[in-house]
Each structure stands twice: as C-alpha cells, then as structure tokens.
Design a protein around this ligand. Structure first.
Ligand code: MRU
Length: 346
C-alpha cells in the first residue's frame, strides 16, 4: 500500500494526488487528478475535504493546470478563470479562495515561463506552512487539556482534513506521542459521517482510545461528566469570532455551554476572514437531499420525494466559543479584539 497521504503534488508535477476519502474506511485508494474538472469534482464530492486540505488541493491544482495553458498573451487571464472555477466548488471554507488568491498573486504580471517556477514554489509553501501551522496549533492545544481527559470531537479535523497532524485532532495525536491518554468520543456527524468514517479511522489507527457515538448522544455524555472539552476545527472564522463548521457544531457548543464544558475551536490564521464582520456574512453551502436519504445506506431511509434541507455547515456564535486555538496562540472572547490583536486584522 502507498504511504498514507491526504493530498500532494505528483512527482512528475502533472497531477494532484489524493486519497479518495469517500471510500474510507473500507478502501484505501489514491487518485491522480490531472484536469480542472477532476480537481473540481474531487473537492465538490468531498474526495478531498476539510478546509486546509481543499486549499492545498486547489494550490497544487493551479500549478498543474498552469502547465497545461498555452504560452500566450492570455495565460494569466486563463489562470484567473481556472481559479474562479475551483473556488466555486465549495463556498464556505475560506482556505480554498485564500490558496487560489495566493497562487494568482504569485503569477501576476508573469508570462508562463516565469510563472511556473513561482507557482511551484508557492503551492509547496502553502503545503509546508500548513504542516508547520498544524504542529504549532497542536502544541498550543496541549496547554488546555490534561492526561486522562475525555474529549468530544465533531466531524473530522485531523490529518485527512489538512496535513500531517490536522487542526482539531492535532492536539490528540501530539498528546498521544507524549504519553497522554485521552478518551475521545467521536460524533458520527450526520449526514456524511466524517466522524465515523474518518475521525474514528484516524484515531483508532493512531492507537488513541476512541469511542464512536451518535451525534444525539453527546448531550447525555456531557451531563454524565464524561466530557472535559469539545474539540472542533472550522471552515471560516468571522472577525467577531463567529465560527462556521460542520453542521451540528452549534448544537455541540450550545450543549457544552449548558453543561459548563469548554468548547475549543482549532484553526490556522488562514481560516480567519476579516472580510466577514460576523457569521451572517458567511455563505453556507447547501448540498443535495440524497446525502440525507440514501448516501451510505443500503436502502433509502426516507420516503422518495420527501422535502429535505441539507446545509453542510452552521455558524456557532462567538459567545459560545471558549477559545480559538491558532498557530500564533490562543484567542479568547471578545474575539473582535483578540483575533485582530493576534493576526493584525488581515
Ligand atoms: O464538509 P467537510 O468534510 O469538508 O467539513 C469539514 C469540517 O467541517 C472540518 O471541521 C473543517 O473543515 C476543519 S478541517 C481542519
């Protein structure tokens, strides 16, 4: 079996390579994405997913696609068009547009020959920075917990959502390396089951004590005192600290507040969008009804044609967030001040 990886540039530089996350945990299959359509499809279908990972995939994609554009006067305009196309695959995670914009800036004002080495350097920088950021986030997160703590997770914010350690799960993986014994409860995370298929898979393989629960069991576990902290990643943080993450995150946060359990959000600075004043400015992706009614089921679980509403993310109000853990340090409420203080408002 190939060494596990989430997303990388192929050795020949002609493709983005990913593990197909839609097949996990049953099958480990790697894909080569060589066209704009295949990169778009892989992001849209969540073959590669998680805010930082889709940013990295788009950055590598931009390099690969730049190599296919003819060397002429419209090289940069074509690159911009491809960037817009990739950004349109998923609207909520800001890391996607952040990475594409960085790639476009790297190539701005250049013809193809000058642009390619710059784009190569930039996509590798985005990847390298993500690894360093995840590591720093994990270190900062470790200051918030103790050996033996019970941790609730929602969705997947591990290496499959980023690079190496991931964000929300990084602290747990690093803690394991340092001899901490956490007791993790992974919300299965309806409807696409990232908690069951991916978080349970990653933590179980890392030898961490992980128990899979239905999303609706989390409240009871908090009442019983089994949860010392909730750990989630996020897709976009507004300037006031409102946080968009996988649908159901808000319920976890409301429950955590009620039960006096700290609710921690983990993210790199690239997930903070100072252009969004608050959560109302964040576009929430809505996905197909089939993801609720048939996907991952042997038989449909709802009457054919029934009305469904399937938002992929929700916004957790800043007041419910105990802290936002970043690579530069830990921000606390009021976030308008602490986020701007740590990231300089940009
Ligand atoms: O729809 P997904 O699987 O891409 O959603 C992912 C999440 O909500 C993660 O929690 C988030 O991207 C943080 S990843 C480090």
């Amino acid at each position: 079996m190939d060494k596990m990886f989430t997303v990388r540039l192929s050795k020949d530089g002609q493709a983005v390579e990913i593990i197909d996350q839609t097949l996990l945990p049953n099958e480990v299959k790697f894909l080569r994405l060589e066209s704009a359509e295949s990169v778009y499809e892989a992001i849209y279908e969540l073959r590669v997913r998680g805010a930082p990972a889709i940013g990295i995939a788009a950055a590598f994609g931009m390099y690969v696609l730049a190599g296919q554009i003819p060397d002429n006067d419209v090289f940069y305009a074509e690159l911009e068009r491809l960037g817009e196309y990739l950004i349109s695959s998923r609207p909520t995670a800001v890391n996607l547009s952040f990475a594409v914009k960085r790639m476009l800036s790297a190539a701005e004002g250049c013809g193809k020959e000058a642009a390619l080495p710059r784009l190569y350097e930039e996509c590798n920088a985005i990847y390298g920075e993500d690894r360093a950021m995840c590591r720093a986030i994990a270190e900062n997160g470790l200051t918030l917990v103790r050996d033996g703590n019970g941790i609730l997770t929602h969705c997947n914010a591990g290496a499959l959502a980023a690079s190496e350690y991931g964000t929300g799960l990084g602290t747990l993986l690093l803690g394991k390396e340092r001899g901490y014994n956490f007791k993790v409860y992974s919300d299965e995370t309806r409807p696409l089951l990232q908690g069951a298929r991916l978080t349970a898979f990653e933590l179980f393989n890392a030898g961490i004590d992980v128990t899979l629960i239905c999303d609706s069991a989390a409240s009871m576990l908090m009442k019983e005192g089994r949860i010392n902290a909730c750990f989630v990643g996020c897709d976009r943080v507004a300037a006031n600290g409102d946080v968009a993450n996988k649908i159901g995150t808000r319920s976890v946060a409301v429950n955590a507040k009620y039960h006096g359990v700290p609710f921690y959000v983990f993210c790199p600075g690239s997930t903070i969008d100072f252009g969004c004043k608050n959560g109302a400015d964040i576009v929430i992706e809505e996905r197909l009804p089939e993801e609720i009614t048939t996907k991952f089921f042997a038989k449909p679980t709802a009457p054919k044609g029934v009305k469904c509403f399937n938002p992929a993310f929700d916004v957790t109000d800043a007041e419910l967030v105990t802290a936002i853990v970043t690579e530069r340090g830990i921000c606390r409420y009021p976030y308008t001040k602490s986020l701007a203080g740590m990231f300089g408002g940009n």
